[in-house]
Design a binder for this molecule. Structure first.
Ligand code: COA
Length: 229
């Protein structure tokens, strides 16, 4: 074989080796994600969701403010892009009419890129709805909204935040877990639309007191369409 041919065949081998290594990495990543899906939800939908998860991007800084009526079209668009069984405008208005219910939006420039709805209770916050526009995911918008919620807790008054997550909603489960929330209970077949289980997720102001909180009864939500039973 000529020297030039030898060099070219060496280069080819090297390229193939690099490609193989990259494939192995992807496969390993997908396998881990799949294992997680099978463990946590067993669902085909969940497996697909994990394999198409958004990759992290550059972070953006959002401004979080109270929701106003004029935000509703953007909020509804995010809601519809985020859930298979979205709330309609009347659902939002019904919850937001309650005195203890608060809506907030995350704004990037003039654009609403995320929102959350939560209830204030004497000792806790109940998150009823929480979503980020698909185009702005993995840019730390959700994290900043979570920080805003956590900033409302204190050691002597509201000490925890609670929400429910569908068993197939792996992105949300990973997201909350990353932000130090814990899944503390499973409510079997909680969702009437699909028969899915709900994971009760808690965030505690004082991590060392998790046990104490968990011994109390599960909180009830006053809303009929909230994530909480
Ligand atoms: C869950 C959701 C709110 C997360 O919002 P987000 O703005 O993308 O989250 P962030 O960028 O702040 O993510 C913070 C960390 O959570 C983890 N995370 C968030 N989304 C993830 C995903 N799809 N896959 C893996 N990890 C994820 C990552 O560790 C991420 O940090 P990184 O991007 O630096 O790796 C968003 O995916 C969403 O709106 N989903 C649809 C609606 C929904 O499920 N709401 C929750 C109902 S309980």
């Amino acid at each position: 074989m000529s020297r030039r041919r030898k060099r070219s065949s060496k280069r080819k081998k090297k390229r193939n080796k690099a490609r193989y290594a990259a494939d192995q990495r992807i496969t390993a990543h997908q396998l881990n994600a799949e294992e997680l899906a099978v463990q946590q939800s067993k669902g085909e939908a969940a497996r697909k969701q994990v394999l198409t998860m958004a990759a992290p991007k550059q972070q953006v800084r959002v401004h979080i403010r109270w929701m106003i009526k004029g935000d509703m079209p953007e909020v509804l668009a995010i809601e519809h892009a985020s859930f298979d069984f979205p709330w309609c405008e009347e659902d939002f208005l019904q919850v937001l009419r309650q005195r203890n219910c608060i809506g907030m939006v995350a704004e990037l420039g003039e654009r609403v890129v995320g929102f959350m709805i939560y209830e204030l209770h004497e000792t806790r916050l109940n998150v009823l709805d929480f979503a980020v526009h698909p185009e702005f995911r993995r840019q730390s918008v959700g994290k900043q909204m979570n920080d805003k919620l956590v900033g409302k807790l204190s050691s002597h008054r509201r000490t925890r935040i609670v929400t429910l997550v569908r068993e197939t909603n792996l992105c949300a489960q990973i997201f909350w877990r990353e932000l130090k929330w814990k899944a503390v209970e499973v409510i079997r077949e909680h969702y009437q639309d699909t028969g899915e289980d709900a994971f009760v997720m808690h965030y505690c102001y004082d991590e060392t007191r998790y046990e104490e909180y968990l011994q109390g009864p599960l909180p009830n939500s006053s809303t009929s369409r909230g994530y909480l039973p």
